[in-house]
Design a protein around this ligand. Structure first.
Ligand code: ZN
Length: 67
């Protein structure tokens, strides 16, 4: 096997490993977002904001204001 072939193989393996790690992190992020949404749904919001949007001081839920 030539040197070029070896490094091609290394790159392919590393990319696969990185993709797996990225996918795992995406899944972790998704589960954290679901958990956050659950908390935001239970929250008794205390909104504070400006003319454009309000943000809950407790759960950080953002409501965009239309006018
Ligand atoms: Zn809230």
């Amino acid at each position: 096997m030539s040197r070029a072939r070896d490094s091609f193989h290394d790159v392919a393996e590393e990319v696969i490993a990185l993709e797996e790690e990225i996918n795992e992190m995406h899944e972790k992020i998704r589960s954290l977002e679901i958990r956050k949404e659950e908390l935001q749904q239970k929250c008794i919001h205390q909104f504070q904001g400006n003319a454009y949007y309000e943000k809950c001081l407790l759960c950080h839920k953002i409501e965009v204001l239309y006018y």
